[in-house]
Design a protein around this ligand. Structure first.
Ligand SMILES: Cc1ncc(COP(=O)(O)O)c(C=O)c1O
Length: 394
């Protein structure tokens, strides 16, 4: 790979492919006509596939947002946070109590958002450490929680939660289960139906390689029932733009309540078609191949990874800087090596870097990016063993 070609290895927003970029440039259309409803049908069908739900035909007028299961997908104009807020604001009453275990920034954001709309028991674990499932079980045994919410793939620390185990506990304790799947959907295995997840959220700009500013939610019938019941009881949290009842009404007809993000919907639909061709399993595997290579390579080079070994993410790897190195390395990597990774957040700022392995990134780009990272460390006089980088990604 030519040094003039950039290696863009951040955990979202990721590079958009040609199909997506061309669709974004489609001439304007009206928001309520048949053309846009065709766009929504394609998008809905692509989303159902990305969420690993039963398929639907990308055809207007046949309820492409639903399929042969208990789920519907809802498109939201806004980033992933908007979609998560829509879930929380509509699903809970102000006196409901929810359980939110966290081990990084985005889980903590879920807890903060919940605090605006309901009562929260926040189980705060150290960043990068796995949840104590025994403690979760003890909490659920108290029988007082309406729901348990997690950030499935914690992008700030590179840890993926054991969603299957948590889902099983939630089912046993009759507690609903909600996931921020913003960097898991389309990049690593998600099983909403198996996990009986009430709601799963994703954002376009991450694993599905769509544009920033549009997101989606998969909800099951229990979620929908609760939203309607809370509204009928006059017990809803205040909100207008993110009113789920309006979104559910319009979704039946391949529409959204307000002017949709028309061109973003077109771009995302095209990116999701690329995912359909690759298949979920194909993409999960490619992301895993890249993450596995990065994990093993940097471990053998002598670096320390932040996340607990058993639960390291396949879409983002958090690597601690060696002694004496800080984000000046990242600046040089970008300026002199045409390669971008992302830094640490909050208290980990300047202490680590994160490598994204998601979207349509080819394995060859990851191999080249890792070679450049090693070369860049050499310019800071960090002595590393000579390793065959390619062999880590075979
Ligand atoms: C796991 C996770 N949740 C939430 C967010 C916030 O999403 P957005 O920036 O799309 O609002 C991010 C963004 O990086 C994320 O990685």
């Amino acid at each position: 790979m030519d040094i003039n070609n950039d290696c863009f290895l951040v955990p979202g927003p990721v590079r958009m492919g040609d199909e997506c970029l061309q669709a974004l440039a489609t001439p304007v259309m009206t928001a309520r006509g048949t053309e846009f409803r065709d766009v929504m049908a394609r998008l809905n069908s692509g989303l159902r596939h990305a969420f690993n739900l039963a398929p639907s035909e990308p055809v207007r007028g046949i309820q492409s947002w639903a399929g042969d299961d208990d789920y519907k997908v809802i498109v939201v104009s806004g980033s992933g946070t908007a979609a998560m807020e829509m879930v929380i604001a509509n699903r809970f009453r102000s006196n409901d109590l929810v359980l939110v275990p966290t081990n990084g920034k985005f889980g903590e954001r879920v807890a903060e958002m919940c605090k605006r709309f309901c009562n929260v028991k926040h189980l705060k674990y150290e960043w990068g450490r796995a949840f104590d499932l025994y403690e979760l079980e003890q909490q659920l045994e108290r029988g007082c929680y309406e729901s348990l919410l997690i950030c499935h793939n914690e992008t700030s620390t590179g840890i993926t939660q054991d969603a299957a185990a948590i889902a099983e506990m939630c089912a046993r304790h009759n507690t609903s289960f909600i996931l921020d799947g913003i960097t898991s959907v389309g990049g690593t295995a998600v099983h909403p139906e198996e996990w009986k997840a009430e709601a799963v959220v994703t954002g376009a700009q991450k694993c599905t390689a769509g544009p920033s500013g549009i997101a989606a939610i998969a909800v099951n019938s229990h979620f929908i029932e609760r939203v309607h019941a809370i509204r009928e009881q006059g017990d809803s949290n205040p909100n207008y733009y993110f009113d789920m009842v309006s979104a559910l009404k319009k979704g039946d007809d391949d529409q959204t309540p307000w002017t949709p993000a028309i061109n973003l919907a077109m771009g995302w639909g095209a990116a999701l078609d690329v995912l359909k061709v690759e298949t979920n399993e194909g993409r999960w595997k490619r992301c895993q191949t890249m993450a596995n290579g990065v994990r093993n390579l940097f471990t053998d080079l002598g670096f320390e990874l932040l996340a607990d070994a058993e639960q390291r993410s396949d879409t983002v790897t958090a690597i601690l800087y060696p002694e004496g190195i800080n984000d000046a390395w990242r600046t040089r990597l970008k300026e002199d090596f045409n390669t971008q990774v992302i830094g640490g957040q909050d208290h980990l700022k300047g202490k680590m870097f994160r490598v994204g392995s998601m979207g349509e990134t080819p394995v060859a780009e990851m191999v080249e990016g890792c070679k450049r990272m090693i070369q860049c460390f050499a310019t800071f006089n960090v002595e590393l063993p000579q390793l065959d980088v390619e062999s880590y990604f075979a």
